[in-house]
Design a protein around this ligand. Structure first.
Ligand SMILES: *Cc1c(COP(=O)(O)O)cnc(C)c1O
Length: 376
């Protein structure tokens, strides 16, 4: 929570929940990444918060961008970045979209299988491709399953296939899981990456780049290591596995770039109990899973919540959203401690909500409008 956001909310007149993002914090975060990893290029993961104000600011600071669709590519171009600063990092692309991206000047693509390599060879001939490998994601609060990436041994064949089809076999990528609180997780992935570099080298293919992905955390309720600690752990990993032949590297921070820059202001709509005997209160807010807080799925991300009654006695409650879908409950398995004095109409502040909120909000489920956003 920054003074600028506090001021904005004090003067705000319109109704309903809203997200306020302080662009000064985004700027600080970018500079912190650039300083912690001075030889690494930053590709902001656009999906975390694609607001034009965020993209414009980062483009002006010199950031590059990781995109997942043609629409995201167009937004980044509109923000002033040139195509050579954009990667098409989704491993699942329609060939028509690869052709559109190619026409827009994009020449860096992610793949994780031969079929995707073939699409790129046809629709974006001569481009650079990097192969994403599976990662176990241990230690991440928002792990990324087996949906993306292939086994490292297969990556060698995928990259060789790309080379044979006239593409530039550029390197390897991985993602150690989002909200990764263990700074050593990059080490295992770097070991796998260096083995792929070696194996490709033996086949006469010289790889150039390791894409270190995202995963850099934002502060929610638990403490997280500083970006600097990630920078030095990653550098140590590179040294250990690549020796003096350290490859070109890029990072793709999403959450770590914008998470702590945003605060959602919401309102308590109802406080109730399910029976006279039960002690646990149900607190319903005017925002829930469908209004932008989708990352509370499985209660994975636990946001800090400030109330005007902080300091009063607290008790556990179930926290839920306003829609008529029963999955719209934020925290129940592990109830949330809120002041007993909390009342209908109170405004609460949900912190650390600059990433993965605004575009997760539905367009009008139950008639609730999408989350209002202000980037100041
Ligand atoms: C989502 C995503 C990121 C950003 O991840 P964070 O954990 O938010 O930093 C980076 N790279 C790729 C390929 C992604 O899909």
């Amino acid at each position: 929570m920054t003074e600028r956001i506090r001021q904005f909310l004090r003067d705000r007149r319109d109704d309903g929940p809203c997200l306020v993002v302080d662009l000064d914090v985004v700027r600080d975060n970018y500079l912190t990444f650039a300083k912690a990893l001075p030889d690494t290029r930053v590709f902001y993961a656009v999906k975390a918060n694609p607001a034009p104000e965020v993209l414009k600011l980062l483009a002006a600071l010199g950031s590059c961008f990781d995109t997942a669709s043609v629409a995201e590519i167009e937004m980044v171009l509109a923000a002033g970045a040139t195509p050579d600063r954009i990667s098409f990092g989704n491993t699942i692309k329609k060939e028509r979209d690869v052709a559109r991206a190619h026409a827009l000047g994009i020449s860096l693509y992610a793949v994780d299988c031969k079929a995707e390599v073939e699409k790129i060879a046809r629709a974006a001939p001569g481009s650079r491709v990097f192969c994403r490998i599976l990662c176990d994601c241990a230690g991440a609060e928002w792990p990324l399953s087996r949906k993306f990436g292939c086994e490292p041994t297969m990556a060698v064949d995928v990259l060789e296939h790309a080379h044979r089809l006239g593409l530039v076999a550029y390197g390897v990528s991985f993602h150690v899981g989002s909200q990764q609180r263990d700074v050593t997780s990059w080490d295992r992935a770097l070991a796998a990456a260096s083995a792929i570099f070696r194996e490709c080298g033996e086949r006469g293919i010289g790889l150039t780049m390791v894409n270190l992905g995202g995963g850099f955390p934002t502060r929610y309720l638990k403490k997280v290591p500083a970006v600097k600690a990630y920078g030095s752990a990653i550098f140590q990993g590179l040294r250990k596995h690549f020796g003096n032949a350290i490859p070109e590297t890029i990072i793709e921070p999403g959450r770590g770039m914008v998470g702590n820059a945003g605060v959602i202001e919401a309102e308590v709509v109802l406080v109730s109990k399910k029976s006279d005997k039960e002690t646990v209160r149900w607190v319903y807010l005017d925002i829930g899973k469908f209004g932008g807080l989708a990352e509370t799925i499985d209660e994975s991300i636990r946001y800090p919540i400030r109330t005007p009654r902080d300091g009063d006695k607290v008790a556990p409650c179930v926290l839920a959203g306003p829609t008529c879908d029963s999955v719209d409950v934020l925290y129940e398995k592990e109830p949330y401690l809120l002041p007993v004095s909390l009342e209908i109409g109170d405004r609460v502040l949900i912190e650390g909500t600059g990433a993965y909120t605004s575009t997760y909000s539905t367009v009008a489920f139950n008639g609730f409008p999408p989350l209002k956003t202000y980037h100041i």
